[in-house]
Design a protein around this ligand. Structure first.
Ligand SMILES: [Zn+2]
Length: 94
């Protein structure tokens, strides 16, 4: 039996790294009832709507810079990005 779970888009999470100025994935995937169609920061996307718990838990998360080896904390919604996963976009309901 195949159960199709609607079309909750999945997002890979990236952060803008203050140490090296690049963006790194934090290797965490979240699902949102409704999310951006292209890469967008939390601050931008949730500026006019409530942020769900699976997004708010990203705040204060400890992340690792692969380039400098520094551990950072995600303090700012501007530095956290949602990147839609392509497979989910293809299968998304229209
Ligand atoms: Zn970095």
């Amino acid at each position: 039996m195949i159960v199709v779970q609607g079309s909750m888009p999945a997002y890979e999470i990236y952060f803008h790294c203050a140490e090296c100025g690049r963006e790194h994935p934090i290797h965490l995937k979240i699902h949102l009832d409704y999310g951006p169609e292209q890469k967008q920061s939390l601050a931008h996307f949730f500026s006019d709507r409530a942020m769900p718990p699976q997004a708010t838990i990203l705040r204060g998360r400890k992340v690792f810079c692969l380039k400098t080896g520094t551990t950072l904390k995600l303090d700012n919604d501007d530095q956290i990005f949602l990147l839609p996963l392509p497979a989910q976009l293809v299968s998304a309901e229209k």
